[in-house]
Design a binder for this molecule. Structure first.
Ligand code: LLP
Length: 463
């Protein structure tokens, strides 16, 4: 591995007017536990270790780029959510954040349920032996084939997203001689303070049925008349990467308001409400996420209070965290390929992956952290932008980051908190191969999703 020094470019943040990295951190070698998986530390040589394995060893064995997932951390976070909500509530892990058969088995063992949103996710869950009764099926345009498979399999609930779907699911269930448990997803009109593309409860977007104008009440009216459906509750998901609980407070207030209207109109108290997922995680040191027990306490209190005021029985609550469980448990390990200082701007560090393994920076302007992990360094901080190998100037992994000025080709760097929505949103842009997911724990490492190969690409290309 080359250790040669090179012109470092600007050393300070004077070119940055805003952003998390307006000043270099005091210690570039430090690993903030807020953003790194729990078993991460440095060994006596300064090499990052996770689950008892060094990143240099992992890179040698599995190659780079690779997503490295701390299994003990995943299980601990899943368990913390489960424990925090107790036996009177259900935790559905949102598989869209990251799903594989190993993950399904961990969830099963830790007592969590699973939210799937496509036939592919459903197939993954079923093939790993998940009890269908513990699966919720989501999506704003489930195909009739997907609905049929879900009903046939016996999923615990289907979350209905439109008037057409209410009829469609009822019809398919009836054809199959079943009565399908279902919730209706409503939009409560809350503006979650997050990026527009990941906010979902304001009305001008594709998900759910608006509470406004009586549409949700009308959906309930129709669902209650259909023999193929057993309406068990109302669902609301207000968005993603949310830190402020006030959006959930308003959502719970409005969902309970609808439950009360349903009771008054139909004499039926629906037994469940689902408040969705969306709880934020720390991507950088300036993010301060809440712990599952605080979230559970806050949500339970809000719902209980609202129900008492409406004189309703408190329904069984469910939540659907995805990012908050898997996000912090993995990092992406890259090898530095080129280091290009741009006079009076910054230094561009190119890695062997990019927007195909992490589209979030390009898509949502997401902020990430990064660290040199194959060694420590006493060199000065250098302002960098970590970029990928794709033919696109927006191919940025970390917009603004300080790395040591002696960073060189062959060094390993890692981007923490990439467990959610990175592998699951990975693409083959430029025919770059999607990285593996390697689970580590107790000194062992095993591939849970293997690296894509050129044969995989060519297999789809039938000529
Ligand atoms: N439940 C429902 C109905 C959802 O739509 C979602 C996320 C979740 C639960 C899980 O949300 P989480 O706890 O993971 O935030 N690709 C975006 C996130 C899209 C989320 C879509 N729905 C990102 O990378 O930030």
């Amino acid at each position: 591995m080359s250790r040669s020094a090179h012109p470092a470019g600007p050393r300070h943040a004077d070119v940055l007017t805003e952003g998390h990295y307006s000043a270099p951190p005091a210690d570039l070698n430090a690993l903030d536990p807020k953003v790194w998986a729990r078993t991460v530390s440095r060994d006596e040589d300064g090499v990052l270790t996770v689950g008892g394995r060094t990143v240099t060893g992992l890179a040698e064995e599995f190659g780079t780029p690779a997503y490295i997932l701390d299994e003990a951390d995943f299980r601990a976070r899943a368990r913390a959510w489960r424990t925090a909500f107790g036996t009177d509530a259900d935790v559905f892990y949102a598989g869209k954040a990251f799903l594989s058969r190993a993950v399904v088995r961990w969830l099963d063992e830790e007592g969590l349920n699973l939210d799937v949103c496509s036939g592919g996710e459903l197939a993954t869950a079923l093939s790993a032996g998940m009890d269908p009764a513990r699966i919720a099926f989501h999506g704003n345009n489930k195909s009739t084939d997907e609905i049929r498979r879900a009903v046939e399999a016996g999923v615990g609930r289907i979350v209905l997203d439109s008037f057409q779907e209410i009829v469609r699911v009822a019809h398919i269930a009836q054809e199959l001689g079943k009565r399908q448990k279902a919730q209706i997803r409503i939009t409560v009109g809350v503006e979650a303070h997050t990026h527009e593309f990941i906010a979902t409860a304001h009305e001008d977007q594709k998900f759910g049925i608006p509470l406004a104008g009586g549409q949700a009440a009308e959906a309930v009216r129709r669902a209650l008349t259909l023999d193929g459906l057993e309406l068990i509750g109302i669902h609301s998901h207000i968005g993603s990467q949310i830190f402020d609980m006030s959006g959930f407070e308003v959502a719970a207030h409005r969902v309970v308001g609808l439950l009360k209207d349903i009771r008054d109109e139909h004499g039926v108290e629906l037994p469940e409400i689902d408040l969705g997922g969306g709880l934020g995680i720390a991507y950088t040191s300036s993010d301060d996420p809440r712990e599952p027990h605080e979230i559970a306490k806050a949500l339970t209190e809000i719902v209980t209070r609202e129900c008492e005021a409406a004189r309703l029985r408190v329904p069984r609550i469910s939540v659907e965290p995805g990012r908050a469980i898997v996000g912090p448990t993995a990092f992406t390990l890259y090898e530095v390929g080129t280091v290009k200082p741009l006079e009076s701007l910054r230094t561009y560090v190119s890695v062997d992956g990019g927007m195909s393994d992490n589209i979030r920076t390009a898509l949502y302007d997401a902020e990430y952290s990064v660290a040199l992990v194959s060694r420590t360094s006493d060199a000065e901080p250098m302002l960098t932008r970590v970029v990928g190998k794709h033919c696109e100037s927006g191919d940025i992994v970390v917009k603004d980051a300080f790395l040591p000025a002696d960073l060189a080709p062959g060094d390993l760097i890692a981007v923490p908190a990439t467990g959610a929505y990175c592998r699951s949103m990975a693409s083959n842009y430029n025919h770059v191969l999607r990285p593996p997911v390697v689970a580590v724990g107790d000194g062992e490492a095993r591939v849970i999703v293997r690296r894509e190969t050129e044969e995989d690409l060519l297999r789809l290309d039938v000529g």
